[in-house]
Design a protein. Structure first.
Lengths: 472, 51
């Protein structure tokens, strides 16, 4: 298993559990710790410490009988080399030493590379924005938030900007969770009235979340998730900018273009902007040492699997385009799980600005889908070791659901939550012609105490009558 | 937030706001949402065999 995130760790744990002791399971991962990434949101607002969302892998794997190699996978040699046909992976440890790890079956669960470099000035390391992608970034965001709170307690007004830092980002759901938590924390710390909070996103409409949005049955209507999301933001006094591609992040502002071709600036004192993702940049070589990376991976460095990668217009996208077994088409003993597999296309409708810049979310593959894919891949491998000729289990994102609870405030009585589920994640318009999803299994709900920002909203509503255009 | 944007947004009624803090209703919704989610998760975990 390359990677010890949700997909890799799940696959390793199941494979170890299902295989006899005469087989070995090895995890190759550059970091010594497991990180429960969804909880980085709470690290980013200071509700949890990095140590509470991580644990050391080595002792866990030692107890489980899983070999752990702390190194970053760099190359896959699926045909071995001229001297030995045994496939192997070359991995580099922190001190740069290379190690070859042989395998019979390989799962690429390396997750994403965080491409802060795609937008000038983006990111906490060499840019001007914060992130919650890893615990270290999230802790940095929490420290910056604490500093902003102190300034507001001294009477200053501060501007917060949260969202995505490029037109092709994914994981809008994570940024959404962060902005809801940020707003909650500012209220809890008594400084909400001195904060302006703005959401910036590449979504065509709020509530798209990279899944093309969803439709929910509420109050006798089937309502798009944009209504649900806008209501939640308005109730909390959060402003929003949609259809935006952030071009540049400066110390106090972002410059962005939108789908209609206009350009804008948004000033901030605190910006948490997620980066776009790519694969981690693994290379592949045949037995003669020739580079076959283009056969094994797509140009975005995600691994080719059993998806239909034929380019086609949005109208022709099908649920069956999505992979089911996650087996590499070129090498039957290689699989990709979680974010590492290359999706056949987006889920959200593609859009581009007049400049040509694509402005549409990439499809999310995090969390629950990653774990389910990891489990299905492990089952297939175990069965193939047992004699099956082909993968025996599938986990298509067009046949699985996902559940998400965006909770803010670590208290059941004062906290707030928005819960939502979709089934399936990838809409299947052949099975569910109206909306692509099972309406009984796709739902959303907001459960929260009074946010206290309703008075501001009510004032806004009363001014509409004077300013509403004729016919509105 | 600009007025034009907020004026076209769905606003919760007082009854909806009341229900969000009404413990019996919240306990019911907690149970209902959890059961629904468990159902979806179980359905997603169903073993599929390739065609």
């Amino acid at each position: 298993m390359l990677g010890a995130g949700i997909a890799g760790h799940t696959a390793a744990a199941f494979a170890r559990s299902w295989l006899g002791r005469d087989h070995s399971v090895t995890v190759v991962s550059p970091k010594p710790d497991y990180n429960w990434v969804p909880s980085n949101i709470w690290v980013g607002v200071g509700l949890m410490k990095p140590a509470q969302v991580t644990f050391p892998l080595a002792p866990v794997y030692e107890r489980a009988g899983i070999e752990f190699v702390q190194a970053a996978a760099r190359e896959i040699h699926p045909e071995g080399d001229r001297d030995d046909p045994t496939p192997y992976v070359t991995a580099a440890s922190a001190n740069g030493a290379a190690k070859n790890v042989p395998y019979d079956f390989l799962v690429n669960a390396t997750g994403p590379a965080l491409r802060f470099d795609k937008t000038e000035g983006l990111g906490p390391e060499s840019g001007h924005s914060l992130s919650v992608c890893i615990p270290e970034h999230a802790a940095q965001a929490a420290a910056a938030l604490a500093e902003e709170v102190e300034r507001m307690r001294r009477g200053e007004r501060r501007r917060f900007l949260v969202g995505v830092g490029h037109g092709t980002c994914t994981c809008e759901g994570a940024a959404f969770e962060y902005i809801v938590n940020l707003e909650f924390e500012l209220r809890a710390r008594g400084v909400r009235d001195r904060a302006e909070i703005t959401w910036i996103t590449n979504e065509y409409e709020l509530g798209d979340f990279g899944m093309g949005g969803m439709h929910l049955k509420r109050g006798g209507y089937v309502t798009p998730s944009s209504i649900f999301n806008a209501s939640l933001f308005a109730e909390r006094g959060i402003d929003w900018i949609t259809r935006a591609h952030v071009q540049k992040v400066e110390p106090d502002r972002v410059c962005y273009e939108t789908l209609d071709g206009s350009e804008g600036e948004q000033q901030f004192d605190f910006a948490m902007l997620l980066p776009p993702f790519s694969g981690v940049g693994l290379k592949a070589f045949d037995r003669d040492g020739a580079d076959i990376t283009g056969r094994v991976f797509l140009p975005n460095d995600f691994m080719r699997v059993d998806a239909d990668y034929t380019p086609k217009p949005y109208e022709e996208w099908k649920a069956s385009d999505w992979p089911r077994t996650y087996q590499s088409p070129g090498y039957g003993n290689i699989f990709a799980a979680g974010i590492a597999f290359a999706p056949p296309h987006a889920i959200s409708r593609p859009h581009a600005a007049p400049s040509g810049a694509p402005i549409a979310p990439a499809p999310p593959r995090t969390g629950m889908p990653s774990a389910m894919i990891g489990k299905a891949v492990a089952r297939s491998i175990v069965d193939m070791i047992g004699g099956a000729e082909a993968p025996t289990h599938t986990a298509s994102m067009a046949e699985m659901g996902a559940a998400c609870v965006a909770s803010a405030g670590a208290n059941p009585f004062t906290g707030t939550a928005a819960s939502m589920t979709v089934y399936p994640i990838v809409p299947d318009y052949e099975r569910y012609p109206a909306y692509g999803r099972d309406q009984d299994r796709t739902f959303g709900e907001i459960d929260s105490p009074d946010t206290g920002s309703r008075s501001c909203f009510t004032t806004s509503s009363s001014t509409r009558r004077a300013s509403a255009p004729a016919g509105a | 937030m600009d007025d034009e944007k907020t004026s076209y947004v769905t606003n919760p009624t007082r009854w909806t706001l009341f229900l969000r803090t009404f413990l019996p209703w919240q306990l019911w919704r907690f149970a209902a949402i959890n059961l629904k989610m468990i159902g979806i998760i179980r359905r997603s975990h169903r073993s599929h065999t390739p065609d």
